[in-house]
Design a protein. Structure first.
Ligand code: SAM
Ligand code: SF4
Length: 349
């Protein structure tokens, strides 16, 4: 047993109760927490990070125990789904200890624990993830071409990610692939990605690039509206709208020719904020109430000020009163500054 985490006894603490949902000023209930467990990553995807990224000093990070404490406070407040993300969540040291602890809350307040990963470390963690109660994960995969994969991730190796996907599927975990749509890079490959995903029983979700953080290139050069991609796909495939939802912002269609599902996440061309149910915690304990805004709450101060959860609970309540109506992402061709200064790896995708 790990000394840092005391054994969890179901039914003997306040975590077994499911709180009533937190309601924001616009009447939306907040029941989904995304947690970026590290800002570090073993890839340097060109649309996400600069090659020489400066990462946070380790002393600024919440410990795994502190992260669990914050997650627990959210579960008590009615959060039913937690997604661990990053940076790359599976490169955080001892991350499986946190996964195991949170997995014990499934059925006791929490409905689902999921993960968004680049897949590089998945082969060695897949069985344990399943054992901890993880049943669905998102794997980011923008291309099936090994050379292009290394080009876009700078440091990644496609074969390792494919091994990871295979291991996850064999472990019994549902895998959804996420691909960023990049003009003149993977647009012509999307039909292949779609066929591959559906052949293996995986959904595929396409995402528009968002202007977050300084990178080494101009994002507007690669920006591809999904409305254009959808129109192109409709030349070869019959796409039927469905009401399917997974708690995230994707809108899904059924692809009649493959029988699989295809999702679209369109923060730039179609604002999905009206149904937003989530908040995002960074690895330093900063809570962002919106991916596309800078306002935030410092939960680390509340965690470290007292071992009693009263302060933390009050800080979360106060933060929820500041959840904004929506984001203001714009593709700005006149300024070279991103709309949001922090990188996606700070708050996770
Ligand atoms: N490292 C993990 C991964 O790649 O899946 C988790 C973190 S990553 C920041 C989460 C998702 O954000 C990935 O699917 C990635 O493609 C996406 N992403 C990164 N930068 C983005 C940007 N500027 N716009 C839109 N999506 C972005
Ligand atoms: Fe790392 Fe994910 Fe960002 Fe790529 S998208 S650099 S894998 S955090």
């Amino acid at each position: 047993m790990n000394a840092a985490f005391p054994p969890y006894q179901q039914g003997t603490d306040n975590f077994t109760s499911r709180g009533s949902p937190m309601i924001d000023p616009f009447g939306r209930s907040v029941n989904y927490l995304r947690v970026s467990v590290t800002d570090r990553c073993d890839f340097r995807c060109t649309y996400c990070m600069a090659e020489n990224m400066q990462f946070l000093p380790k002393k600024d990070l919440l410990t795994l125990e502190e992260l669990e404490r914050v997650c627990s406070a959210f579960i008590v407040k009615g959060v039913r789904k937690i997604r661990l993300t990053g940076g790359e969540p599976l490169v955080r040291k001892n991350i499986m200890l946190l996964v195991r602890q949170l997995g014990k809350r499934i059925g006791f307040g929490l409905d689902e624990l999921t993960l968004t990963t680049n897949g590089s470390q998945l082969a060695r963690h897949a069985d344990e993830l399943y054992d901890c109660g993880v049943r669905r994960i998102n794997v980011s995969l923008d291309t099936l071409d090994p050379e292009k994969f290394t080009k876009v991730t700078r440091w990644g190796e496609l074969a390792k990610v494919m091994e990871g996907i295979d291991a996850a599927l064999k472990a019994g975990i549902h895998v959804k692939l996420n691909a960023i749509a990049l003009k003149d890079f993977n647009d012509i490959e999307i039909p292949d990605l779609l066929r591959f995903a559906h052949r293996c029983g995986m959904d595929l979700t396409l995402i528009e690039t968002m202007p977050m953080g300084e990178i080494d290139e101009d994002r507007t050069d690669r920006y591809l509206p999904l409305s254009k991609l959808r129109a192109d796909l409709e030349k070869d495939f019959t796409l039927t709208d469905t009401g399917h939802r997974t708690g995230g912002p994707a809108r899904y269609v059924r692809v009649e020719e493959t029988g699989g599902r295809l999702g679209f996440i369109t923060p730039m061309t179609h604002n999905f904020c009206e149904s937003c149910n989530r908040v995002r915690l960074t690895c330093t304990g900063t809570l962002f109430m919106c991916l596309g805004q800078n306002d935030a709450a410092d939960l680390r101060a509340a965690v470290r000020a007292s071992s009693d959860d009263g302060l933390l609970s009050a800080a979360i309540d106060e933060a929820i009163t500041r959840k904004p109506k929506g984001h203001d992402f714009v593709i700005d061709r006149t300024h070279d500054k991103p709309t949001v200064a922090r990188h996606m790896s700070v708050t996770g995708g």
